[in-house]
Ligand binder design. Sequence first.
Ligand SMILES: Nc1ncnc2c1ncn2[C@@H]1O[C@H](COP(=O)(O)OP(=O)(O)OP(=O)(O)O)[C@@H](O)[C@H]1O
Ligand SMILES: [Mg+2]
Length: 246
Amino acid sequence: MKNTDKFLILGRMSAMLAHEIRNPLAGISAVTQVLEGKIDTNDPRKKYVSLIMKEIDRVNKIVHDLLDYTRDSRPYFVRVETASLVDKTLAFHVEDLEEKNIQVDRQYKSEGLLVQVDQEMIERVFSNIIENAIEALDENGRLTITAAVDEDGDGSGNTVRIGFSDTGRGSEIEDLSEMFSPFYTTKTKGTGLGLAVSSKVVEEHNGTLEVAANPDKGLTFTVSLPVDQPDEGSNPQNRQQGMKDV
Ligand SMILES: Nc1ncnc2c1ncn2[C@@H]1O[C@H](COP(=O)(O)OP(=O)(O)OP(=O)(O)O)[C@@H](O)[C@H]1O
Ligand SMILES: [Mg+2]
């Protein structure tokens, strides 16, 4: 059997498996939430319930990553404001950021700038990058998020660059792009799919995902996306699917 065929079969199998896991997991999650509501805040058992919730989130992430990586999914584009999309994702991670006392520095110069994205998919891309940064950072580290129109490229201002820069441990590998290979991980609990999925999703948005080492410490991940030009009409990919503004 050719390697490509093997990957195709493996892809289909994991997609099927992920799909099957998703429903019972949603059930477990719902019941656990009910349970959480019934336990008193001071009850020591509360922390076991939070632990269950955390582990459910983890399995959920793996399932979603697998589905995103293997399925031939078409993004459903909506028009959104860049910075608010980043902030919305950031809000999901407040607890983990606070727990490690990570300082978040937001430097947005993209006021009112619109992008056309599949909101859920791009939120997962930002989430994967933020999660990695949190994991790479020690206590009191710093995460700097920038958003700006690209002025250096062809100068046309058609690209918005969203940068996530951490002061974490960085990486020892020479070719940093290896991080985007599926199943590349240095974590005991990692699947190594986070960045592989993220770069696939960004490419489906006609954008790029790049990584570079910071001059002093840590890494910077940059998501580049085409700026939406409202006057030029909707993205052709949306015509079959319909597009809504949010
Ligand atoms: N901000 C970062 N700083 C240092 N290393 C990083 C950073 N982000 C990613 N990496 C490296 O790239 C690897 C791949 O990241 P990726 O998100 O794809 O998988 P993962 O985090 O290991 O697992 P998961 O599938 O749970 O996301 C990581 O294991 C880590 O070695
Ligand atoms: Mg990751």
